[in-house]
Design a binder for this molecule. Structure first.
Ligand SMILES: Cc1cc2nc3c(=O)[nH]c(=O)nc-3n(C[C@H](O)[C@H](O)[C@H](O)COP(=O)(O)OP(=O)(O)OC[C@H]3O[C@@H](n4cnc5c(N)ncnc54)[C@H](O)[C@@H]3O)c2cc1C
Length: 649
C-alpha cells in the first residue's frame, strides 16, 4: 500500500497581496500601492526568466524595456520554438467589437463559471480587464489578426460562452503572437538588455536565506552545468501535460523547472486539474509519441455526431440524417457544439463507452463540416480553417472537405501549477511563476482561448508591475558567492543525479518508462477518476520509480549532446509529480471541471461539486521523495459570481 495517502494538513495559505474593496478597482489599487524601482536603479537589478514562450517572451521583453537586466533561458535552439508557437485557435478579449453583449464583467463571469468555481475572483477579474490591453499591444506590434470587411478585427466563438470574443490569425494565432513577443525580445537582446541562453535547461533553483537567488542550468550541447544568479527568478516554463506521455503538448514540454522549484519550497496547487481537449486526432496505435489537436475553433462550424445505433460501421455518408445523434446539440441546446471542453470531452467518452464510437477501436466521434460547406461554400471554410484541414489530411490521409473529421479527447493543458499570490509570487520569496506554469486563473477547467490571454496578461502587464514591489523592497545588492553552501549543494545534487542516471546501465529506455507511467495516468487519473483507481495508481507509481532506478539505460555520456539523458532526467520528475497528481485527485472527493470523480456526479451524469468541503485551492508542500506531502488550503471566496450548478443546457 502506498504511504503517500497519509498526507498531513498544514496551516491555510493566504493570498495577502490582492487588495480589498470592489473587485473592479483592485488591480489599480494594487499597482498604486506597490513600490516602484527608480528607472535609474533598474539596471542594477538582474532578473532570471526561464522560458521564452508567450509568457516568458513577453515578460523578458517588457522587463528589459523597463530597464532591468534580464538573463533568459530556453531549451530550444530559438525562443521562437517554444510550445506557444503551436497555439491555433485564438485569444480572448472583452473588446465587444461585435456589440453582442460582451463586457469585462461577462468575461470575468464566464471564466469563473467555466472554471467551475475553483479560481480566485480577484485574479480572474484582473485578467478580464487586461484582456483589452493585450489586443492593442499585439496590434501595435503588427500581429496580423484576421479582420472583417469593415477593417475591424474579426472574432469567433469558443466553448462555454455565448458571445464572439476570440481574436485569431487563421489557425496560427500562437505563432503570430509569439513572433510579436519574439521581435520585442530580439530588440532587447540586440540592445544588450537581455542575455539569452538557448539550449540551456534549468535543473534546479538556488535559494539563499529563504529567497530565490538563481538557478543551476545545463548547456544541452556541451553538457556543462553552470550557475546563474539574480535578484529574482521568474518561471515561465509552461505546462506539465506530458506526464501523460501522449498529449497535444510539444514533445519537449516538461515539468522539471516547476518540480525542482517545488522541491525547494514552492507550493504546487491543484496538480490534478488537467484539461482533456475534446477535439484531437484519435490515437492510432502504440507507435505514437504525440497527439495532434484540432482547434476548438472548428466547433464554430463543425457539427459533432455519432450513429444512433451501437456498432454501426457504415461510412458516414451512408448514415441517414435521422440515424445520427448530434449528442451535444441534443443535450445542450443553448450552447450546442460550443459547450466547454470538460463537458464535450466527457460526452464523447460516454458515447464511445456506449459502443457508438466511430473509426478503429470505436474511439472517435465525427466533426462534420458538410452543413458549413453547403451554407458558406468551400472557399469560406478554407479561408477560416484551411491550415487545420490541411494538417488533418496530412496526418490521416482523409480529406475533411469530403468526409467528416474523426476526433477524440486528449490531454491538452494543465490548470494546476505553482501556487502564486496576486503578485504572481510563489511561496518562495523572489520566485515568480507566470503563464501555464502557475495555477492561476482557470480553476478546474480552462475555457478555450484563455491560455494565451493569461500568458500575455502575466508577461506584458501583471509581472512587470508586481515584481517592482519585490525588487524595491529587497534590493539585494550583495553578490552571491559560488561557494555559498546553498549553491554548492544545488550544483552537487544536480550533477549527482545526472551521474546516477548514466550509471544505472540497465535494459530499458527512458521512453519505455514514460509510456508506462503515461498509460497508468491516463487510465486512473484521466477523464474519469475513482477512489479505487487512484489508490491503485498510487501503489504502482513507486514501483515504477524503483524499477526506473534499477533498469534504466541511458547511452552516451553527460559531456555531450545527449537527448536520452535529458529525457531520463525529466522522467525522474514526472515520477514524483504523477504521485502528487493522483493524491490531489484522490483527496478531492468531488467532481469539478476537468476533475471528474465517478463517485460524485449529478443524476444526469454531470460533475457534482461539493462546495461545503472543497471550495479551496489545494496547495501542496513537498517533504521528501515518496513521503506524504503537506496540504495547505486556500479558501475561495465568491462575492460576485455565486457558485451554482454549472448549466449549459
Ligand atoms: C496544440 C495546442 C494548441 C493550443 N491553442 C491555444 C489557443 O488557440 N488559445 C489559447 O489560449 N491556448 C492555446 N493552447 C494553450 C497555450 O498554447 C499554452 O497554454 C501556452 O502557449 C503556454 O505558454 P507559456 O509561455 O506558459 O509556456 P510555453 O509556450 O510552453 O513555453 C515554455 C518555455 O519554457 C522553456 N522551459 C521550460 N522548462 C525549462 C527549463 N527547465 N529550462 C529552460 N527553459 C525551460 C521552454 O524552452 C519554453 O521556452 C494550445 C495548446 C496546444 C498544446
Amino acid at each position: 500500500m502506498s504511504s503517500y495517502v497519509d498526507y498531513a494538513t498544514g496551516e491555510p495559505v493566504r493570498d495577502t497581496k490582492a487588495p480589498g474593496g470592489p473587485v473592479a478597482g483592485r488591480w489599480d489599487k494594487r499597482r498604486f500601492e506597490a513600490k516602484l524601482v527608480n528607472p535609474a536603479n533598474r539596471r542594477k537589478h538582474t532578473v532570471i526568466v526561464v522560458g521564452t514562450g508567450l509568457a516568458g517572451g513577453s515578460a523578458g521583453a517588457t522587463l528589459a524595456e523597463q530597464g532591468y537586466h534580464v538573463v533568459q533561458f530556453c531549451y530550444q535552439d530559438s525562443p521562437r520554438r517554444a510550445h506557444s508557437i503551436a497555439a491555433q485557435g485564438g485569444i480572448n478579449a472583452a473588446k465587444n467589437y461585435r456589440n453582442d453583449g460582451d463586457s469585462v464583467h461577462r468575461l470575468f463571469y464566464d471564466t469563473v463559471k467555466g472554471g467551475d468555481f475553483r479560481a480566485r475572483e480577484s485574479n480572474v477579474h484582473r485578467l478580464a480587464q487586461i484582456s483589452v490591453e493585450i489586443i492593442d499591444q499585439c496590434v501595435a506590434q503588427g500581429v496580423p489578426f484576421a479582420r472583417e470587411y469593415g477593417g475591424l478585427l474579426d472574432t469567433r466563438s469558443f466553448g462555454g460562452v455565448q458571445v464572439s470574443r476570440t481574436f485569431y490569425a487563421r489557425g496560427q494565432t500562437g505563432q503570430q503572437l509569439l513572433l510579436g513577443a519574439y521581435q520585442a525580445l530580439s530588440r532587447q537582446i540586440a540592445a544588450g538588455n537581455v542575455e539569452l541562453h538557448p539550449r540551456t535547461e534549468m535543473l534546479d533553483l538556488i535559494v539563499v536565506d529563504g529567497r530565490a537567488r538563481g538557478i543551476v542550468a545545463r548547456d544541452l550541447v556541451t553538457g556543462k552545468t553552470a550557475t546563474y544568479f539574480a535578484d529574482a527568478v521568474v518561471l515561465a516554463s509552461g505546462g506539465y501535460g506530458n506526464v501523460f506521455h501522449l498529449s497535444t503538448n510539444a514533445m519537449n514540454s516538461n515539468a522539471t523547472a516547476i518540480w525542482r522549484a517545488h522541491r525547494r519550497g514552492a507550493y504546487l496547487a491543484n496538480p490534478c486539474f488537467t484539461q482533456i481537449h475534446p477535439t484531437c486526432i484519435p490515437r492510432t496505435g502504440d507507435h505514437q509519441s504525440k497527439l495532434t489537436l484540432m482547434s476548438e475553433s472548428l466547433r464554430n462550424d463543425g457539427r459533432i455526431w455519432v450513429p444512433k445505433a451501437q456498432g454501426d460501421t457504415r461510412p458516414p455518408a451512408e448514415i441517414p440524417e435521422d440515424e445520427r445523434d448530434y449528442y451535444l446539440e441534443r443535450g445542450y441546446p443553448s450552447f450546442g457544439n460550443l459547450v466547454p471542453r470538460d463537458i464535450a470531452s466527457r460526452a464523447a467518452k460516454n458515447v464511445c463507452d456506449e459502443g457508438r464510437g466511430v473509426g478503429p477501436g470505436g474511439q472517435g466521434v465525427y466533426l462534420d463540416f458538410a452543413d458549413a460547406i453547403a451554407r458558406l461554400g468551400r472557399a469560406k471554410v478554407e479561408e477560416k480553417y484551411g491550415n487545420l484541414f490541411e494538417m488533418y489530411a496530412r496526418i490521416t490521409a482523409e480529406d475533411p472537405y469530403e468526409v467528416p473529421m474523426r476526433i477524440y479527447p486528449a490531454v491538452h493543458y494543465t490548470m494546476g501549477g505553482l501556487w502564486v499570490d496576486y503578485d504572481l509570487q510563489t511561496t518562495v520569496p523572489g520566485l515568480f511563476a507566470i503563464g501555464e506554469a502557475n495555477f492561476s486563473d482557470h480553476g478546474a477547467n480552462r475555457l478555450g482561448a484563455s491560455a494565451l490571454m493569461q500568458g500575455l496578461a502575466d508577461g506584458y502587464f501583471v509581472l512587470p508591475s508586481t515584481i517592482n514591489d519585490y525588487l524595491a523592497r529587497h534590493p539585494h545588492h550583495d553578490e552571491i558567492s559560488a561557494d555559498h553552501p546553498a549553491v554548492t549543494a544545488a550544483v552537487r545534487e544536480t550533477e549527482d543525479r545526472l551521474a546516477r542516471l548514466l550509471a544505472v546501465d540497465g535494459d530499458r529506455t527512458p521512453d519505455s518508462f514514460h509510456r508506462e507511467l503515461g498509460e497508468l495516468m491516463w487510465e486512473f487519473c484521466g477523464m474519469a477518476r475513482t477512489d479505487a483507481g487512484l489508490r491503485k495508481a498510487l501503489d504502482r507509481i513507486p514501483q515504477i520509480r524503483e524499477e526506473f532506478w534499477r533498469r534504466l539505460k541511458v547511452p552516451g555520456t553527460g559531456e555531450e549532446f545527449n537527448q536520452s539523458l535529458e529525457k531520463a532526467n525529466r522522467i525522474v520528475d514526472y515520477l514524483e509529480l504523477a504521485e502528487l497528481m493522483c493524491l490531489d485527485a484522490l483527496h478531492r472527493a468531488e467532481s469539478c471541471g476537468g476533475h471528474f470523480r465517478t463517485e460524485s456526479q449529478t443524476p444526469d451524469g454531470e460533475a457534482a461539486r461539493r462546495d461545503e468541503q472543497f471550495s479551496y485551492a489545494a496547495a501542496w508542500e513537498f517533504t521528501a521523495t515518496g513521503a506524504a506531502p503537506v496540504l495547505h488550503k486556500e479558501d475561495l471566496v465568491f462575492e460576485y459570481v455565486h457558485p451554482t450548478q454549472r448549466s449549459y443546457a
